[in-house]
Every structure is written in structure tokens, then in C-alpha cells.
Design a protein around this ligand. Structure first.
Ligand SMILES: Cc1cc2nc3c(=O)[nH]c(=O)nc-3n(C[C@H](O)[C@H](O)[C@H](O)COP(=O)(O)OP(=O)(O)OC[C@H]3O[C@@H](n4cnc5c(N)ncnc54)[C@H](O)[C@@H]3O)c2cc1C
Length: 414
């Protein structure tokens, strides 16, 4: 166990939401030693959700989404190293190596490197084939769709793909979404809900093609020309957005000896397999005791609230252990939102395709709220444009409410 006197230098790798929250919490909790914050991107930390919404729509500029104003960084007294990725971690020597060759020794380390977009097998590097994860990606795509004349094809009807489709359509573009499953979001939310989300898009003129298989992206050698489907159909496109999910950004840890497995494997307190090294945000996998007894207790979450909460929790636990105190398990009910056209989708908890679903307010053709249950317990709540009906259930899920308790509460609320 680390002793307090040994915790002089803390390195935080990943200068986005989870990493910045870790730094802020370390200072709020009174840590006065050195903190180095390492970022692969040269940008001052910024918020990602607007990248597929207000920034892509051209309504907000980059300054509007900074997580902290450039001048505010002085108060945190960070050794801020932006534009140079960490490329290696030596757990035994307790040193992080950066791409520019510098070596940073640490007593404590928080890894918050997030996630990076997956590529399609054989994806060609053509002008017009894009992904959306960074501010640079968003600005480049914004410029391509700004005049509303582009034919935009989105591969993958996940949340980000659907948000891009909605924003591009609202700018006047011709938009096609290609999805392999029978409806969007089936694995996460089930077929009924996926169909309801699909209806929102088709109502707004998105050509949503589900149950299709992409054979390949085609081009003229320089620029993309379209997407070929397995049945031979060709979707002519000026822009192809590949939105087929993300993978945890852990390649740089491959030789470190840290336990990895679809994310950095952590214990309940967010400590990795090495003492004094913690992980937080999209890259972290940990057992979430709220969901003990379900089939998905160990999880990795790719949502804003989780990254913010975990960055703070990892920092607090690192300091607690250093003080000789008992660290606190990170137990939380995940929450996310997504804006698509005039629909604000909000979700608390977890859900899987086969869960029991009970719509308790509204109906699936418009705004609604629904419970998700599994093994006799409440597991999640989904609402479209009914914010009042979501958050009260967060506490109920945390309290391991039974399905019948949830039904009763839903009846009172509706
Ligand atoms: C377009 C878009 C829209 C979204 N919309 C929503 C939404 O509506 N609601 C919601 O709940 N969530 C949304 N999210 C998800 C949310 O933004 C993420 O869950 C959150 O950003 C995760 O924060 P993080 O700090 O864990 O990782 P990230 O934000 O991915 O940050 C990781 C940082 O680490 C850096 N990094 C990676 N590798 C290295 C390395 N080796 N060395 C140094 N630095 C490195 C990266 O460059 C990056 O800056 C959205 C995400 C995107 C991309």
C-alpha cells in the first residue's frame, strides 16, 4: 500500500473529461504535489457530446465547449502536456513514456485514455470517409455538410451515428443510414424501442435501411463515391460516416502487464491490477455492485456522467489509500442522454435486448417512458421527451428495487 509521503507526483494520462475531473478532485481534496496531465490531442480539454449536436450543426464554436477556460488552468497548477501521447507504461519502474521521448516518473497514475472509433474491415482511406470522436473530426464534418448539398451515408445506427444523421438531415442533406440489425439500438434497448427510434428518423426523411450488410466503401481513387451493399445496391455518397462503435484506447498499455480485457480491468475501487494505478471513464472496466445478481455486473460504460464521476472517484480513492484509509467502491447507476431531431432520449440503468419492457407513460408512436426488468428486478428506465420520469428511478435501481415495486412507482408517477 502507498504511504502518503510516497505520493508526491501523480500522472494523469488522457486530457479529457475523466482525466480533468481526476486533476480537479486531487486539488479539491488537498493534494499539493505535482500533477502532470498528458493529452494526445493538442486541444485544451473539451466536451464531446456537442460534437454530434450543436458543433456539428454550426451553432456552437470550439470555445463554447471547453471544459475549463484556458486561464482557469493556472488554478490547478498542472504540468499540462498536450499534443504528445503516452506510448508506454513501465509498472515496475513507475514511469510513463511519451511519444516525444520524455519519461515521467510517478507515484500515482490515473489512466483516462477513453476510446477510439473502430474501423470497418478493409476500410479505404478516401477523402470523404470520416469518423466522429474529436473536435477536429466534428469541424471537418460540419464543413462538409454546411451547405446541405452533401449526400451523407452513415454506417451504423448507434447513438452517435443517429445523432449525426439527425444533424445532417436538419442541415438539409440527403441522409442514408445503414444498419445490420433489424432496427437501430436493438442490442441495447430491444426491438420495440429500436423501432420507435427508427420511426423518428424516417418521419424526418432519413432513409434508414436496417438488416443490410455493407460490402465495402468505394471511391474514384481519391474521393469516396458511395457504399456498396452485399446485395449489390450502391448508395451514392459524398460523405460516408463510419459509426460502428469504439474500442477502449489501451494499445499503448499492451506491453505494460496491466490486466486488459475490453478495457482496463479494475477492482471495485477503480484500481487496476497494479497498486496505485487507477483507470476511469470510457477505458475502464469494473464490477459495479449496483448490478450484482444480474448477468452484467462487470461493465465498461461509454457515457459522459460515468466518465465525470469515475475521474473524481479514482482520484479520491488514490488519495484515500495513500492516507491509509479504506477506498470506496465506485457504485453507480449509469445515465445517458441523446438528442435526435426533436427527441431527447434519456436512459438510466442498464438494458439488454431480451429484458422485460413495460411502457408506463405515453406511447411508442410519440413521447413515452418505459421500465426495463430482468430477473424480477428493475434494471433500467428509458424516456423520450419525459425528463421528469427518468431520474426518480435512478435511486430505485440503486436500491435494487423489485419489478413489482418499480411497476407501483411507475403507476404513481405516470
Ligand atoms: C460525438 C460524441 C457524442 C457524444 N454524446 C454523448 C451524449 O449525448 N451523452 C452521453 O452521455 N455521452 C455522450 N458521448 C460520450 C462521452 O463524450 C464520453 O463517454 C466521454 O467523453 C468519455 O470521457 P473520457 O475522458 O473517458 O474519454 P475521452 O473523452 O475519449 O478522452 C480520452 C482522451 O485521452 C486521449 N488519449 C488517448 N490515448 C492517449 C494516450 N496514449 N496518451 C495521451 N492521451 C491519450 C484522447 O486523445 C482523449 O483526449 C459522446 C461522445 C462522442 C464522441
Amino acid at each position: 500500500m502507498l504511504k502518503q509521503r510516497e505520493l508526491r507526483t501523480i500522472v494523469v494520462v488522457g486530457s479529457s473529461l475523466a482525466g480533468l475531473r481526476a486533476c480537479e478532485t486531487l486539488r479539491q481534496e488537498g493534494f499539493a504535489g505535482e500533477i502532470a496531465l498528458i493529452g494526445a490531442e493538442a486541444e485544451i480539454p473539451y466536451d464531446r457530446p456537442p460534437l454530434s449536436k450543436k458543433v456539428l450543426a454550426g451553432e456552437w464554436d470550439a470555445d463554447r465547449i471547453r471544459l475549463r477556460k484556458p486561464d482557469d488552468f493556472a488554478g490547478l497548477a498542472l504540468d499540462l502536456r498536450l499534443g504528445s501521447a503516452a506510448v508506454a507504461l513501465d509498472v515496475a519502474a513507475r514511469v510513463v513514456t511519451l511519444a516525444d521521448g520524455s519519461k515521467l516518473p510517478f507515484d500515482g497514475l490515473v489512466i483516462a485514455t477513453g476510446a477510439t472509433p473502430r474501423r470497418l474491415p478493409g476500410q479505404p482511406d478516401l477523402d470523404g470517409v470520416v469518423e466522429l470522436r474529436t473536435l477536429a473530426n466534428s469541424i471537418a464534418l460540419r464543413d462538409r455538410i454546411a451547405d446541405g448539398a452533401a449526400r451523407v451515408t452513415v454506417i451504423g445506427a448507434g447513438f452517435i451515428g443517429l445523432e449525426v444523421a439527425a444533424t445532417a438531415r436538419q442541415r438539409g442533406c440527403v441522409v442514408t443510414v445503414l444498419e445490420g440489425a433489424a432496427a437501430p439500438l436493438i442490442r441495447g434497448l430491444g426491438a420495440e424501442m429500436g423501432t420507435a427510434v427508427a420511426a423518428v428518423h424516417t418521419r424526418h426523411g432519413v432513409d434508414l435501411r436496417c438488416g443490410v450488410s455493407v460490402a465495402g466503401i468505394e471511391g474514384d481513387g481519391t474521393c469516396v463515391t458511395g457504399v456498396r451493399l452485399a446485395d449489390g445496391y450502391f448508395v451514392e455518397s459524398d460523405v460516408v460516416v463510419v459509426g460502428v462503435g469504439v474500442a477502449p484506447a489501451t494499445q499503448w498499455l499492451a506491453e505494460s502487464g496491466l490486466l486488459l480485457g475490453d478495457g482496463i480491468v479494475c477492482d471495485a475501487t477503480l484500481q487496476t491490477s497494479a497498486p496505485g494505478i487507477y483507470a476511469a471513464g470510457d477505458c475502464a472496466r469494473w464490477p459495479n455492485a449496483v448490478f450484482a445478481g444480474f448477468d452484467d455486473e462487470e461493465m465498461r460504460i461509454e457515457h459522459w456522467t460515468n466518465a465525470a464521476e469515475q475521474g473524481a472517484a479514482a482520484a479520491r480513492n488514490m488519495l484515500a489509500v495513500a492516507r491509509g484509509e479504506t477506498p470506496t467502491p465506485y457504485e453507480s447507476v449509469p445515465f445517458f442522454w441523446s438528442d435526435q431531431f426533436d427527441s431527447r432520449i434519456q436512459f438510466v440503468g442498464r438494458a439488454h435486448g431480451g429484458d422485460e419492457i413495460h411502457v408506463f407513460a405515453g406511447d411508442l408512436s410519440g413521447d413515452f417512458a418505459a421500465l426495463y426488468g430482468f430477473a424480477g428486478r428493475l434494471r433500467g428506465v428509458l424516456a423520450v421527451n419525459m425528463p421528469r420520469l427518468v431520474m426518480p428511478f435512478r435511486a430505485l435501481i440503486a436500491a435494487h428495487a423489485t419489478w413489482s415495486e418499480a411497476l407501483e412507482k411507475a403507476e404513481q408517477r405516470a
